[in-house]
Ligand binder design. Sequence first.
Ligand SMILES: Cc1cc2nc3c(=O)[nH]c(=O)nc-3n(C[C@H](O)[C@H](O)[C@H](O)COP(=O)(O)OP(=O)(O)OC[C@H]3O[C@@H](n4cnc5c(N)ncnc54)[C@H](O)[C@@H]3O)c2cc1C
Length: 342
Amino acid sequence: MYEFDVVIVGAGISGLHAARQLEDEFKVALVEESSSIGKYGNRVVNRDVFSKQLKKETGEEIIINSIDEFNFFSPGGKRVIIKEKNRGFIIDKGKAEEEMFKGLGSTFTLLNTKVIEIKGNELITNNNKIKFNFLVGADGTFSTIRRFVTNEKPIAVNAYYEVVEGEGLTSCVLAKDIADGFYGWSLDLNGETELGIGSLSGNVHERFKTFVNSFKTLYSSYVPRLRFRGIILRSVVDKKVKDNIALIGDASGGEPLMGSSIHKALDEAEILARAIRKGTLENYEKKWNEKLGKEFKMQEKIREKLEAIENEKLDELFEKNKNLYSEGLVNGLFKELLKEET
Ligand SMILES: Cc1cc2nc3c(=O)[nH]c(=O)nc-3n(C[C@H](O)[C@H](O)[C@H](O)COP(=O)(O)OP(=O)(O)OC[C@H]3O[C@@H](n4cnc5c(N)ncnc54)[C@H](O)[C@@H]3O)c2cc1C
């Protein structure tokens, strides 16, 4: 039987960052059900998240493109453009995970190891048992560890996206009727473009077709190269800790309205590492609330407003604010845009 001070389940960005924070002081194990590290995905991060939290673990090679212009479209196609060099970056998630993994030191990694059950201070996996003092659930959207902490489940949207040949804009589209409860997006991947939508209701593939037809101006050609379906989380669970088990990253939820789930994952890994260094998880939620609570409350408020506002009113607001400047990426824009409505 293995025995560790800290066992982290999941080798995505949150688990890898947590391992990095803890491995110098503790005997750490990273448990991953896949046979390799690094899963495909293009992700948006703002410049501070990249330069202050990611860059030193990943280097700059993970950047696919910088975001020098971010376009926001209202349902009727009105546009607000935020232009600023290196406002954010589109990163290669799989490469980021690979680089973070390469940089690990003493962390002991168990690949092909799926956690199935927790019994007291013991993890039961498909091929062994692992004893822990602290357990970190960094096991993503369909977290197994979450079941041992809370009955809550984050709200999830169905996502469908395609990588198409040719240039496109980096944008966020409030196609409210098509991408209900979420939005459409387009990412300029430097020669290719990712187009996608998220939707609370099903038939996301049909909705995607309508989205593409309605926003033809977003791309110069339409030859799909890759197609994906997935789940994007849209809320955060309240309870993130139980005894000596804590949740970080998508295991505790996400808030993609602002493209800030990676930011959340990295912050949580850091908050949790500080708690473990103190020898107790008692303050993890309190510290979480101090650092992230305000931002997430604001996001909820913005989402409620966006969902309540009629399409015509949104078009009007976009028209009126077409020269708007905002800090941050999506969150800053919507906060400014909806100021008068709050
Ligand atoms: C389509 C899409 C677009 C997104 N866009 C953005 C964006 O633009 N910006 C942003 O900030 N965020 C975005 N996100 C969210 C972001 O990708 C995640 O928040 C981030 O990658 C952190 O993930 P994680 O480490 O918590 O989980 P994951 O990356 O999901 O890692 C969890 C790991 O746990 C492993 N695992 C699961 N169950 C078990 C088990 N029982 N035993 C062992 N191992 C297990 C999995 O194999 C996986 O490797 C997006 C997500 C999606 C799906």
